[in-house]
Ligand binder design. Structure first.
Ligand code: NDP
Length: 270
């Protein structure tokens, strides 16, 4: 029986998800038809209902619909509740379940693929948008020492830090603060879309492990990190594949070999 899955977004043309999910399906010889769906900005629920009528049972959700998916789901996983956003929908009977795999994807990539131990590390996340909300709790679950959130709009960072402070040592700041040391910097801003790196102090980069959630090319953040003696610098392609693998597992119960797929996708987009 053919399974119908897909990814919803606007824009969606450049999504790598169909390629990634094709590799996953091939590994298990599953017959999965995975489609890109360009949604209109209004009427999210009506558009999802239409897909369900067309036998779609698994959906990835990307910008700008993660909050709509959160609001639409009949049931939410703990990850999704904490993130306040849903990037994966699964239809079980007539019940739509919302999950968020972004944070698990990031942690898997850093811990398993890049072999970085997160325990006792001081982590700086730049940005306080949807992606940051999804990654905070999974990072705190790794027994890190401290998490600092820096954001251009300071109030958002402070608000997020307050929301998660019950789970660990979290603080929120404006983007200019520089009076602490860090081991790991995660760029979770969309500043690359403006062709710039977030305006954090250059001193943070020195000897740090630097990870940009953006992927595909060397971003301004990655260039800054390299120019300021970062220890190691990575883009977010590994996270993209890992979060997709978690979605695939959520739908099918099967765990794909994501490391192989990261390699193949990187070769294909080079
Ligand atoms: P949001 O739009 O929710 O948040 C954007 C954030 O970026 C805000 O904190 C905003 O600050 C900040 N920002 C935007 N422009 C600048 C700038 N020029 N300088 C400094 N800060 C800036 O986006 P998301 O959180 O959903 O996504 C963030 C990034 O993560 C995107 O690039 C996305 O592609 C990537 N991503 C990658 C994934 C992967 O699998 N690799 C998964 C999910 C996301 P302010 O609050 O001040 O506006």
């Amino acid at each position: 029986m053919t399974l119908h899955h897909g990814v919803i977004g606007n824009p969606i043309k450049h999504s790598l998800s169909p390629m990634i999910h094709e590799y996953f399906a091939n590994e298990f010889k599953l017959d999965i038809h995975y489609e890109k769906y360009l949604f209109e900005l209004n009427n999210f629920s009506e558009q999802v209902k239409q897909l369900i009528q067309n036998n779609v049972t698994g959906l990835n959700v990307t910008v700008p619909f993660k909050t709509d998916a959160f609001n639409l789901a009949d049931e939410l996983t703990e990850n999704a509740k904490l993130a306040g956003a849903v990037n994966t929908l699964k239809l079980e009977g007539r019940h739509l379940i919302g999950e968020n795999t972004d944070g698990m994807g990031l942690v898997s990539d850093i811990r398993n693929n890049l072999a970085i131990n997160l325990k006792d590390k001081i982590i700086l996340i730049v940005g306080a948008g949807g992606a940051t909300r999804g990654i905070i709790k999974p990072l705190l679950d790794e027994n890190i020492k401290e998490l600092h959130i820096l954001n251009r709009t300071e109030e958002k960072a402070i608000e997020l830090a307050a929301k998660f402070s019950q789970y660990g040592e979290v603080s929120g700041h404006g983007i200019k603060i520089d009076d602490f040391k860090v081991d790991i910097i995660i760029n979770a801003t969309s500043s690359s879309l403006d062709g710039e790196a977030p305006q954090i102090s250059d001193k943070f980069y020195q000897n740090s492990f630097c990870y940009d959630l953006m992927y595909g090319s060397q971003t301004p953040f990655m260039v800054n990190a390299l120019n300021n003696d970062a220890n190691q610098v990575f883009d977010g392609l590994g996270m993209l594949v890992e979060q997709a693998a978690k979605s695939f597992e959520f739908w099918t119960g099967k765990r794909p070999d994501s490391k192989k797929v990261i390699k193949k996708v990187r070769e294909r987009i080079a």
